[in-house]
Design a protein. Structure first.
Length: 337
């Protein structure tokens, strides 16, 4: 198996085996545009994201060492005190329940705390309550948006300085934005809570997306350093070769990054009930997969498309076509003889 994969990677690197990522760019762009549009519309249709208590404010109760992890007792305890409330009950660990509600009065908080203790068979000392005001939630939201804006701005600046060409920088940022929107769309579809941990996960994913893009673009720059004097391949073909040459590395990097995250998401959060890790792990899991795909199917093909109309590259493409025509003619004459 290892030998076959190594052979596969070697064939991609030498060009013996090749996948036409660049020539199919229109298909990838249409798919990406549709995916981004759906990702933007999903939260609108659903009425927004499922914001965590840190963003929306409210009261939160944590019940430790519960006798049951069912949500019904917690919901009933809240409804008995505040009939119109819409509590959010979740098992955040093996024997710990979290109940979130809108803002409560002091009397309501005390009564619900007592009822929760009875509902889950624990003492009142094992029920803790906290309150997060709307001002705190607004501050957290503001800081999250500022953090995202600063990250994107710094990424744009660093890409411009590193690549030294705006077309490569724009392509890298386009891949990053596709990753961001699609990850946010899937997050909305899953109805997971948006928490500060999830925002950290999003920023981490964007960093990973840029890292993968830099690896691929470095190879593109290496392959096209003397493109104007070469008649071996066109610019688009050299870009496609670079993507194929780094494909195995991209897959390996993705697998190394996504496997521990998958363990947290599916085993830790799913089987063991570590609910506090779900928000972070989902953002990382989805983002890593989409970030790798965005580099291969969006960033690299977009860069080839942005440069294909440059006069020097058009002349070089004609030179390649002329050489190939001459080679084909010579081959035909040899076959006729």
């Amino acid at each position: 198996m290892t030998t076959s994969f190594a052979k596969f990677g070697n064939e991609l690197y030498t060009g013996k085996r090749s996948y036409n990522f660049v020539s199919s760019k229109k298909i990838w762009f249409i798919i990406a545009a549709v995916a981004v549009a759906i990702s933007i519309l999903l939260p609108v249709v659903k009425g927004g994201y499922n914001l965590g208590i840190d963003f929306r404010g409210g009261s939160e109760f944590t019940v430790s060492n519960v006798k049951t992890t069912e949500s019904a007792p917690g919901e009933k305890a809240v409804h008995d005190v505040v009939p119109g409330a819409v509590p959010r009950v979740a098992n955040v660990a093996g024997s710990t329940m979290r109940i979130q509600t809108d803002k409560l009065s002091d009397d309501q908080t005390i009564k619900i705390k007592t009822d929760l203790a009875k509902a889950y068979g624990v003492t009142e000392n094992q029920v803790t309550s906290t309150f997060i005001g709307p001002t705190w939630g607004q501050d957290v939201t503001k800081q999250a948006l500022i953090g995202l804006a600063v990250f994107v701005g710094l990424a744009a600046l660093l890409m411009a300085l590193y690549f030294r060409t705006w077309k490569m920088s724009v392509s890298a940022l386009a891949g990053m934005l596709v990753t961001m929107f699609c990850t946010a769309g899937i997050y909305s579809l899953s109805d997971f809570e948006v928490t500060p941990s999830a925002i950290i996960g999003f920023l981490t994913v964007l960093s990973y997306s840029l890292y993968d893009t830099v690896v691929v673009f470095d190879k593109i720059r290496e392959n096209t350093s003397d493109i104007t004097t070469s008649s071996r391949r066109t610019f688009a073909e050299e870009v496609n070769l670079a993507v194929n040459q780094t494909l195995v590395r991209s897959i390996n990097t993705m697998m190394v990054a996504v496997l521990p995250v998958a363990a947290i998401l599916f085993i830790g959060a799913g089987l063991l009930g570590a609910g506090t890790l779900r928000d972070l792990s989902l953002a990382l899991f989805v983002g890593i997969l989409i970030g790798t795909a965005a580099t291969i199917f969006i960033a690299a093909p977009l860069y080839a498309w942005l440069r294909q109309s440059e006069p020097d590259l058009q002349k070089q493409a004609k030179k390649v076509a002329t050489r190939r025509a001459a080679a084909a003619s010579a081959s035909s004459e040899a076959a006729a003889v």
